[in-house]
Write a protein that binds this ligand. Structure first.
Ligand code: NAD
Ligand code: MG
Length: 308
């Protein structure tokens, strides 16, 4: 079952090619599979598509310097590759156990002719988050874009089974780290800079077995809408991307029950899960000056799953 490869198992035409969204990617039916957190995307079946063979850059982020968390795999990795192809240098945050996934993304960024700065470490402490930002600023020579994508999602059927430790760790990873990273980055961000956080469909429709996770996603939305208003006069824009079911390592590391994996994403109106590559353009839009009048918004990329 384990493929241990870095190339995606499916690909698509580039994002500017006219195509039918129901079939742009195949309807996957992943076999039951399990890895311990945080998991390696290269060992998934099928391997998610980060846009390696499809994302086409057009210079929309030329000369920008971005820090992206969760940049080794899934949505964060697709964003890192897209940003590099749009002309940005990228500092990548991820856990040390994910080094091999990160190496693949670093290769892609360097192949695009941009700088990749790998910064492994655990974002669940304020000390590390401050160090992460300082290293990114030093390594990239400044910072214009901060993208918080890292997230923790573990199912627990009953509230009684949701340990205090998990509840705390989910908030540390999804909410506290976002706060610590943005707070440390702000002194370095000039007018024109952009901050993008990652919520979820579950900010609006919480799954009963992901109480802690869904609550953090509601908090991320709310935090971002408040902060967007606070930072607007300084010319710094804050926005959110809320993904729907997207095939990534999160699902095979207890993010959804293993027996539900073969059906993953089939509930969307498009009838299929999204691929990380399909999330990247939303982040590119919110990071670039073309969205200059867009702030405090949540761009939902859910395959049609409705949100308020
Ligand atoms: P993913 O597993 O590929 O990415 C999550 C990343 O979070 C990991 O690669 C890891 O590097 C990082 N991370 C987790 N704990 C960390 C820690 N303590 N320190 C440092 N890094 C840590 O999965 P993904 O689906 O690409 O997830 C990215 C984001 O998208 C998450 O915030 C997730 O909640 C959100 N999201 C995903 C889906 C989906 O269906 N995949 C849906 C809605 C929202
Ligand atoms: Mg990962």
């Amino acid at each position: 079952m384990a493929s241990d490869q870095t190339a995606p198992d499916q690909t698509a035409p580039d994002q500017y090619v006219f195509s039918d969204p129901t079939t742009r990617y195949p309807r996957i039916s992943p076999p039951e599979q399990h890895q311990d957190e945080p998991g390696l995307q290269s060992r998934m079946t099928p391997v998610p598509d980060l846009g390696e063979d499809s994302y086409r850059g057009t210079g929309r982020l030329t000369g920008r310097r971005a820090l992206i968390t969760g940049a080794d795999s899934g949505i964060g990795a697709a964003v890192a590759i897209a940003f590099a192809r749009e002309g940005a240098d990228v500092a990548l945050s991820y856990l040390p156990a994910e080094q091999s996934d990160a190496d693949h993304v670093v290769e892609q960024i360097e192949a695009a002719g941009r700088r990749a700065l790998p910064l492994p470490g655990d974002i669940r402490t304020s000390e590390f988050c401050r160090l992460l930002v300082a290293d990114a600023v030093e390594g990239l020579g400044g910072l214009d874009i901060v993208v918080n994508v890292a997230g923790k999602q573990i199912v627990q059927e009953r509230l009684e089974d949701l340990s205090d430790e998990q509840f705390e760790a989910t908030f540390q990873t999804n909410v506290f780290a976002m706060f610590w990273i943005i707070k440390a980055a702000l002194p370095h961000l000039s007018a024109g800079s952009t901050i993008i956080n990652t919520a979820s469909l579950e900010a609006y429709t919480p799954a009963p077995m992901r109480i802690d996770y869904a609550t953090t996603k509601g908090a991320i939305n709310n935090f971002s809408k408040g902060l967007a208003q606070q930072l607007a006069p300084r010319g710094i824009r804050v926005n959110v991307v809320a993904p729907g079911p997207t095939w990534s390592a999160l699902q095979v590391t207890d993010g959804v029950p293993t027996e539900e994996l073969p059906e993953f994403g089939s509930e969307t109106p498009l009838g299929r899960a999204g691929q990380p590559a399909e999330l990247a353009p939303a982040y590119v839009f919110l990071a670039s000056p073309e969205s200059s009048f867009v702030l405090g918004t949540t761009l939902t990329v859910t395959g049609g799953m409705p949100t308020p």
